[in-house]
Write a protein of this length. Structure first.
Length: 295
């Protein structure tokens, strides 16, 4: 099951890397968040099966035509319930097939004694990138400029050892989320202060701040964005009409099983139907993520 899907190796089919999928331990969720998730996902039982067995999940990816997937976790004890153990859980899960599963871990600078050392620890156990989720972790992505020094240690260490950092941008509807921290422009400081750090702006600032994300991706050489949780049929018409101009800096992602994403294969098909050049589609669906996360 760890082998690449046949479609991904065909010369006639563009392979796909879905850089933004959530397979996580639901036992850690706060009761209100778990109830909220149950209400919004009628296929929750299927998602639970995937969370308990990587082989079953890989079979789902095979059917969707996904060669590799980034599994996202973020430490958010106050809002979601995930403690630092979620990163270890993700690393163990992805270890079942590291050729295909890219583990994203997380460091909450207010819940560790040594944030830099925690980055090193996560890298040693197989974490390939970090996730910062300002609306759920309750600090701005540039809060190191206002006294949150351990956050600077996270960025500094990630930059030094070459771990990309994904930053959530755009609103969150989870109970307790603070969307004042979700604005992409807050990440401009990171591009200035850590120019060698690869930063991925998750969700492209949707649904309020797409112009800010577009600006940042064009401004900073090492700043990218993913298009996860954006309805593909609206991607060009409403969200990013000039997407082709930044095709070198955009990563495909679904955010499945996010509440607005019914199915990975359906999401991919809708993206492939967009009037983008074949070259741009290939970059977004595969090449850019493959460059950032080599096998």
């Amino acid at each position: 099951m760890c082998a690449l899907p046949q479609d991904g190796t065909s010369t006639n089919v563009t392979p796909v890397i879905d850089i933004h999928i959530h397979i996580q331990p639901h036992s850690m969720l706060k009761p209100a968040v778990l109830e909220f998730t149950h209400r919004h996902r009628l296929d929750f039982a299927q998602i639970e099966k995937f969370s308990s067995d990587p082989v079953v999940f890989l079979n789902y990816l095979d059917k969707a035509g996904v060669e590799r997937a980034g599994l996202i976790s973020s430490v958010s004890p106050d809002v979601i319930g995930y403690t630092s153990e979620v990163s270890d859980w993700t690393a163990r899960y992805c270890a079942a097939c590291p050729e295909r599963l890219i583990a994203f871990g997380s460091v909450h600078p207010q819940y560790v004694d040594n944030a830099g050392a925690e980055v090193d620890r996560l890298a040693k156990i197989g974490i390939r990138a970090l996730k910062v989720h300002p609306p759920h972790q309750l600090f701005a992505p540039n809060a190191y400029r206002d006294g949150l020094k351990p956050l600077a240690a996270v960025y500094e260490r990630a930059q030094t050892i070459g771990l990309p950092v994904m930053i959530h941008t755009g609103t969150s509807i989870f109970p307790g989320a603070r969307n004042i921290y979700a604005q992409p422009l807050l990440a401009d400081d990171i591009g200035v202060d850590y120019p060698d750090l690869v930063v991925i702006l998750a969700h492209g600032g949707r649904p309020l701040w797409m112009n800010e994300a577009f600006f940042l991706v064009r401004r900073h050489p090492n700043m990218y964005m993913d298009i996860s949780s954006i309805p593909p049929q609206k991607l060009l018409s409403e969200y990013f009409p000039r997407l082709e101009e930044i095709a070198d800096k955009v990563l495909f992602g679904t955010d499945w099983p996010g509440f607005g994403v019914r199915d990975v294969a359906e999401n991919i098909a809708q993206f492939k139907a967009l009037p983008l050049s074949e070259k741009a589609q290939r970059k977004i669906l595969y090449d850019n993520a493959a460059r950032l996360f080599p096998k």
